[in-house]
Design a protein around this ligand. Structure first.
Ligand code: ADP
Length: 332
């Protein structure tokens, strides 16, 4: 589709260029021939009786030189237009590619997103379908067996819901710029902490929040979402009874918020990939299976990008990780 659009746009650019070039050539031809004819006209003081046949000789010469001049001019203009056609064709194609590249990238990202999302949705759906089919084929299905099946399906449904919510958040954060206002990192940290308090309690993880009043330029709701993702991860990927520390600071024109856990840590080889959609690192160090779809950090990164900020990670496997969000300070 993009290829045919590129060719169509190239042809349009080329058509406009050739129209201008041909109009210019016709105009040039008109002006030149007129000037040429005028230059060869007999001078006003020319005496027709200076010799027999001199008028007709002059006429002959005038016609021959006029025809020659016109032929030369025609050849030059044809050559000029052919050059414009070739060079203009190449330039039009390059220009069309350049203009359509962002659209091509966006379409490609969208189709990759759809393919990834449907792939992730298929796994729990297939599990539910298989379990239900097996149970229905079992003539000795008991009430207890049916209850087990329903409970397992409910679990899969909860995962599907979490996945669809993650996908929706990701699609929402895909939007254009968000209005940036003065936001205090202390407020952001306090609200994000409230959101994950229940999860922290259930894993007996201590949250130590020492965030200060650092004013940054941002959208309060989105930043709370970003920090909540990092806190959820710090809680999920840590052993019970460990602690998670939230701190803030300033560096140059940036304010930062860091979240430090004492959890499983991330291998250096995984770090470049953890912000990619659906990427989940191998958690061989964790005894339990940790639920997730690999969407949290890509949502967090998208929010940081929309704020012209960044997220940095430092991690030592077996000792814990520190995620630092850097955002532009509010200059006012
Ligand atoms: P999810 O947590 O749903 O898997 P994320 O995008 O939030 O998805 O995280 C991607 C991966 O990065 C996780 O699967 C995990 O392996 C790793 N990760 C993220 N945060 C931490 C952390 N604080 N400690 C250890 N590993 C982490």
């Amino acid at each position: 589709m993009i290829r045919s659009a590129t060719i169509r746009l190239t042809l349009w650019y080329l058509a406009i260029l050739m129209l201008l070039s041909i109009c210019f050539s016709l105009f040039l031809y008109q002006v030149w021939t007129r000037e040429f004819d005028r230059g060869l006209r007999p001078a006003p003081f020319f005496d027709e009786n200076t010799g027999p046949g001199s008028t007709s000789q002059f006429e002959e010469l005038r016609r021959t030189r006029g025809a020659e001049g016109r032929a030369n001019l025609q050849n030059d203009l044809i050559l000029f237009n052919l050059t414009i056609l070739i060079l203009g064709g190449a330039a039009s194609y390059a220009l069309a590619r350049r203009h359509l590249r962002p659209i091509e990238d966006a379409l490609e990202a969208q189709s990759r997103f759809t393919a990834d999302a449907s792939h992730e949705l298929r796994t729990p759906l297939t599990a539910m379908q298989t379990e239900t089919e097996v149970a229905l084929r079992n003539p000795e299905l008991t009430v207890a067996g049916a209850r087990n099946l329903l409970e397992s399906n409910l679990e899969e449904l909860a995962k599907l819901r979490a996945l669809s919510e993650g996908l929706l958040r990701l699609a929402r954060e895909n939007g254009q710029g968000i209005p940036l206002k003065r936001v205090s990192l202390a407020d952001v940290a306090a609200e994000a902490e409230k959101r994950v308090a229940a999860a922290a309690r259930s894993r007996r993880i201590k949250l130590e929040n020492t965030a200060g009043d650092v004013p940054v330029l941002g959208d309060h709701e989105s930043l709370v979402e970003l920090v909540a993702v990092l806190l959820e991860n710090a809680i999920k990927y840590s052993d019970p009874k460990s602690s998670v520390k939230i701190g803030t600071g300033r560096h140059g024109k940036q304010g930062y918020l860091s979240i430090r856990d004492e959890g499983y840590g991330i291998k250096a080889s995984d770090i470049p990939h953890i912000f990619s959609r659906f990427y989940r690192a191998d958690l061989s160090r964790s005894k339990e299976k940790v639920d997730g779809y690999g969407l949290g950090l890509s949502i967090a990164k998208k929010i940081a990008d929309l704020h012209r900020g960044s997220i940095e990670v430092k991690s030592t496997p077996g000792h814990g990780s520190t995620f630092t969000v850097k955002l532009p300070l509010d200059p006012s």
